[in-house]
Write a protein that binds this ligand. Structure first.
Ligand SMILES: NC(=O)c1ccc[n+]([C@@H]2O[C@H](COP(=O)([O-])OP(=O)(O)OC[C@H]3O[C@@H](n4cnc5c(N)ncnc54)[C@H](OP(=O)(O)O)[C@@H]3O)[C@@H](O)[C@H]2O)c1
Length: 246
């Protein structure tokens, strides 16, 4: 019998990641879950075992602690077929403007520390000549806006990084997929008033991600309408854009 493929979910306590993990479990992937909150992570692990009959293990990972990266990588017994990177921190724009430490935290959690793990898996996948890296970035990285440009800068860096990886690894049979959600109803946005028709559910992002994975897409906007919306926003001349509140 053919062995199941394995999907590693970095940030499995994220609303979007949990929905993506369900898609992979339904498609017979074994799961490796990471999180920094052990109680919550263990609950999710048990849930996947019971509800989806998934072969599943859980590992502690605090993204801002390189020692935690080392322990996690040492304990990882196999090289997964797919990794989904979902860790993220929105922070608060006004606080990031006033406090360098907060701005730095936003950049570090969304980009600087993740790069260490993404580099590791990119190098291993390149050696093996197979694998898929799915990175959850954001439409916020497509153009800096006053509402969230610190978070947006971190996501812009992540998107550029994933684009570079895709370019580097395309000859090594390694796929790199960038997911760019707009507003999604998760604990990250529960304190925000989000625009109804442009706000989506984690399950919809998960379905788009699975479809994109199956079709080996490069960049996926979720909802799809964001692709067109961001195309327009990116092309507004700076002279006009600087005066807008969008
Ligand atoms: N929701 C949206 O509207 C939206 C839109 C575009 C992009 N995204 C991106 O989608 C991804 C998933 O976000 P989500 O919406 O599902 O939000 P979420 O439920 O708040 O998930 C965020 C994840 O990041 C983890 N995390 C934060 N700081 C961490 C740290 N220091 N060490 C380890 N893990 C840490 C959280 O762990 P804990 O559970 O322990 O806090 C959680 O697993 C993120 O990259 C986010 O930026 C979200």
């Amino acid at each position: 019998m053919e062995k199941n493929k394995t999907c590693l979910i970095l940030g499995a306590t994220s609303g979007i990641a949990e929905a993506i993990a369900i898609e992979f479990a339904k498609n017979n992937f074994d799961l490796i879950l990471t999180g920094r909150n052990s109680d919550e992570l263990n609950k999710i692990e048990q849930d996947f075992k019971i509800r989806y009959n998934a072969n599943c293990s859980a590992h502690h990972l605090e993204i801002t602690d390189l020692e935690s990266h080392r322990t996690f990588l040492e304990n990882l017994q196999i090289l997964p077929d797919v990794i989904v990177f979902a860790i993220g921190y929105l922070g608060e724009q006004k606080s990031s403007e006033a406090h360098y430490d907060e701005a730095r935290k936003v950049i570090d959690i969304n980009f600087t520390y993740p790069m260490n793990l993404l580099n590791h898996f990119a190098n291993e996948f390149e050696k093996r000549k197979s694998g898929t890296i799915i990175g959850i970035s954001s439409v916020a990285g497509d153009r800096g806006r006053k509402a969230n440009y610190i978070y947006g800068s971190a996501k812009a860096a992540l998107s550029a990084y994933l684009s570079g990886l895709r370019n580097r690894l395309s000859g090594s049979h390694v796929e790199v997929i960038t997911i760019k959600p707009g507003f999604v109803r998760t604990k990250m946005t529960e304190h925000l008033e989000t625009p109804g028709r442009f706000t989506t559910e984690p399950q919809e992002v998960a379905k788009d991600t699975w479809k994109g994975f199956a079709k080996k897409k490069d960049v996926i906007y979720s909802k799809k309408i964001y692709r067109y919306l961001l195309f327009v926003i990116k092309h507004i001349p700076e002279k006009i854009f600087k005066k807008l509140s969008i």
